[in-house]
Design a protein around this ligand. Structure first.
Ligand code: SF4
Length: 343
């Protein structure tokens, strides 16, 4: 389960904002001018996987609109309680990929460090919503085993910091982690998967930028943006600041029913990402995690959407439609451009 982030004794702006994130459905309903019954209906799902959303992200939602695409991503709903065949706790079979506490390896040449279980926002469709962070997470001291496993395997040249959201760690924790990794000679690339520059733009502070500039590796930051309306001015400024450090910025989007499953919405997202200086990279079919069947979009619909994007946008703005299939050597690419007639 995604972990709650305790507020450190000395807090900076983003940590205060994180501590003040909305976690009570009734408060979210009141903030958005939604009927109180909505909060009552949200409570059972919120008890299983807590609501968490920063106030600055709530400010980008439309007042009084229960179908707002940003709200739908964080909204606990009773559909999450329904059992659906094929939707399970660990759809990607990550338990089998464990190399050391907090270290997963799914694909050749790269490994993934579960740097933290904490996130600034709780996305209802999260494929790790039932992840056993308590057992797997590389917390202080426990990174030692993960780092030792990395150091012992010269076949791993890229490390992916994941979670949770790695930017939930303080700058000091990030620095101490990468100081330890810097001694591994075969590590050449670092990748960070994060949603925080968009959902909590204040996280991109001077210390984080200095940390990124100091890294000895070719570094890629993969953002997670699902809708153009997430990219307000503050998120745009945070992305500009990230770009100034020289990292490569990519985006992955999860294709979600009722959020972004139409061609116009996805085209606008690609254009907005490009405007911000981020390349659309992957469009993921949602993973079949328990409680998320109401977000599912079919493979056929995903292909249609990518085909429509390819007819509308230059190729570099068309994300690849992918699905993660346990046991495969890489993500399975289902569409990456125009689909020839007859297929
Ligand atoms: S930010 Fe990522 S890891 Fe965290 S809840 Fe959202 S999808 Fe899951």
């Amino acid at each position: 389960m995604i972990a709650a982030t305790p507020l450190p004794r000395q807090t900076s702006g983003w940590q205060r904002e994180l501590a003040e994130a909305i976690s009570d459905p009734a408060e979210l309903a009141a903030e958005l001018g939604l009927p109180a019954e909505w909060a009552t209906a949200a409570a059972p799902a919120a008890a299983l996987f807590g609501l968490r959303v920063p106030r600055s992200f709530v400010a980008r939602m439309r007042h009084g609109d229960p179908d707002d695409p940003l709200l739908r991503q964080v909204l606990p709903v009773s559909a999450e309680l329904a059992e659906s065949p094929g939707f399970v706790a660990d759809p990607l079979e990550e338990a089998r990929a464990r190399r050391a506490p907090g270290l997963l390896q799914k694909y050749r040449g790269r490994a993934l460090l579960i740097a933290t279980g904490a996130c600034a926002v709780h996305c209802r469709y999260c494929f790790r919503r039932e992840f056993p962070y308590g057992e797997q997470q590389g917390e202080t001291g426990r990174w030692t085993e993960a780092i030792a496993a990395l150091a012992a395997d010269p076949g791993i040249s890229e490390l992916i910091l994941s979670g949770g959201d790695p930017f939930s760690l303080t700058n000091a924790r990030l620095e101490s982690l990468t100081r330890a990794l810097a001694d591994i000679p075969h590590l050449r690339q670092l990748r960070v998967h994060t949603r925080q520059p968009v959902v909590l733009p204040s996280r991109v502070d001077a210390g984080l930028l200095a940390w990124l500039r100091s890294l000895p590796w070719r570094t890629t930051v993969v953002l997670h943006v699902n809708h153009a309306r997430e990219l307000d001015t503050t998120a745009g400024d945070a992305i500009t600041a990230l770009r100034s450090t020289g990292v490569l910025l990519l985006n992955q989007t999860v294709l979600l029913k009722g959020v972004n499953d139409d061609a116009a919405t996805l085209a606008e997202l690609s254009r907005s990402l490009h405007f911000a200086g981020v390349l659309p990279y992957y469009l993921h079919l949602p993973d079949r995690v328990r409680g998320t069947a109401h977000f599912e979009v079919s493979e056929a619909r995903g292909r249609q959407l990518v085909d429509a994007l390819a007819r509308e946008l230059p190729g570099y703005l068309v994300p690849r439609l992918v699905r993660e299939v346990p046991g495969e050597d890489a993500k399975v690419v289902l569409a990456a451009g125009l689909i020839p007639a007859g297929r």
